[in-house]
Design a protein around this ligand. Sequence first.
Ligand SMILES: C[S@@+](CC[C@H](N)C(=O)[O-])C[C@H]1O[C@@H](n2cnc3c(N)ncnc32)[C@H](O)[C@@H]1O
Length: 308
Amino acid sequence: MSSTISHLPGSGSHDDAELTGIAAAVEQRLRAADRLIMDLDEELSLLAGLQEFPLGRFLLRNRGLNGYWTSYIFRYEPGTPTESDTEFWLLNRSLLSGARERYQRFRTEISRSITDGAVLASLPCGVMDDLVRQDYGDAPGARLVGIDIDEESLRLAKENAASRGWGDRTDVVLSDAWELGIDSEFDLLVSNGLNMYEPDPGRLVALYRNFARALRPGGRLLLSFLTPPPPPPWEAPERAGEWQRYGIAEHDLRRELALFGDIIQAKYLNFVSEADTRAQLAEAGLEVESVGYSDGGVLPIVSAVRPR
Ligand SMILES: C[S@@+](CC[C@H](N)C(=O)[O-])C[C@H]1O[C@@H](n2cnc3c(N)ncnc32)[C@H](O)[C@@H]1O
């Protein structure tokens, strides 16, 4: 990517002091906790490991991902050595790294909607890999629109499009998804990584209404969501088999839950069932065409259309 890590927040001495403060507060919380997923010493060592690499520091600070780091995870070539063991684990063995598979399915789904003259949008676009890393050879008249609340992401999205020769056919729009106000413009709207930060079902319906309104009649929404995982196998051994679908070993799952639950307290773990997502999309005026899962049956992507 054209942006280097030193351009990102979190590299100055003020930021170092801030991070030390955050880590100290997390340590205090872990020490005071009645119950932890792993032993306290193991969790403290994970906390220390997280501070050794930029992505870990970003996660500790923000308790979620921005466009740049999402792209960093998706573009990472599995198995490539990293300086930090914790980062290697995160990029190769965590459930978060499993979302790379969904990103590839998104790309396949998007490629089906690429027609000459189509207007394809991504919200939140982040650096816009989903639309930019596509083959537009048969659709030279297509137009891309990236929408995000973060100016830095939009700058990277624009650079990303330009690096593929699509700068002139790409617009970026700075907007909060809940304040969108775009009417009947898009043939395809892709949304990955926003709804999972939102716990309120009413706000999800409001978001999906904005998506529906932004589509042309007959236009298609591609949307991911996170379904509720089974309880951990050490709490419900009778349901341990359900974890096979996630393809994660029990010791990695412990690490995952310790890292993203106990330590980071990630903000994006708002789970919704397929039935509830279908109902929310219907309430927003969209018709669900299909819901596609990974081979293991996880990480769904919904395809829904705005009726003509
Ligand atoms: C996890 S990233 C996903 C980016 C991209 N869709 C991808 O899959 O690579 C989440 C993005 O949501 C953006 N975002 C967060 N809140 C938003 C809001 N209210 N409206 C629009 N974008 C938002 C962030 O700036 C960030 O770029």
